[in-house]
Design a binder for this molecule. Structure first.
Ligand code: FES
Length: 187
């Protein structure tokens, strides 16, 4: 089966990249376990950090990397996505904390603190695991235009903040940094 057989043309912005492999798959809750089984790469699982070249991600594109056995979503957000997220006030949020491992634990979930920060607000890096029971949310879907978890219907916004459904927390932002203009180290 070629990757093209499984792709919804509207979702070509979703890339899966792991060590030694670059490919495009149909995104979704089902796609991840499938790929996971095909690539039971213990050395990848054990890596404490991964470096990701994001030079090919134009605004509106995402990729998913595997880090410590979990998917990490990296998205270059569009100006519209940023604007919508910036307009949300903290008291509209179900979880008002940034859940950003690069900041203090009480940092608020404003858009800047969810993103890669000043000057890099377009970059969103987060662990792609629903904070309800751990499914992998689908990107650019749901009521808030961010991520939607089909398992029990949780909707996240364009900053990965939980807005509706049973999930209790915003998707977690892992430790990461830009090691060059086009490379991110996660972990
Ligand atoms: Fe995502 Fe339940 S695991 S809504």
């Amino acid at each position: 089966m070629s990757a093209d057989d499984t792709i919804d043309p509207s979702r070509r912005d979703f890339l899966y990249i792991a060590t030694g492999m670059a490919g495009v798959v149909g995104a979704g809750a089902l796609a991840w376990p499938f790929i996971d089984q095909m690539r039971p790469d213990a050395s990848t699982l054990a890596l404490s950090s991964v470096e990701v070249d994001v030079s090919s991600l134009t605004p509106g594109m995402s990729l998913t990397v595997k880090w410590r056995g979990k998917p990490v979503f990296i998205r270059n957000r569009t100006p519209e996505e940023i604007e919508v997220a910036q307009k949300v006030s903290l008291n509209e949020l179900k979880d008002p904390l940034a859940r950003n491992a690069n900041l203090t634990s009480d940092a608020p979930a404003n858009d800047l603190d969810r993103s890669a920060g000043e000057g890099k607000e377009n970059w969103l890096v987060m662990i792609g695991v629903c904070t309800h029971l751990g499914c992998i949310p689908l990107g650019q879907q749901g009521e808030y235009g961010g991520w939607f978890c089909p398992c029990h219907g949780s909707s996240y916004d364009t900053a990965g903040r939980i807005r509706k459904g049973p999930a209790p927390e915003n998707m977690a932002v892992p430790v990461f940094s830009f090691i060059s203009d086009t490379k991110i180290r996660v972990g």
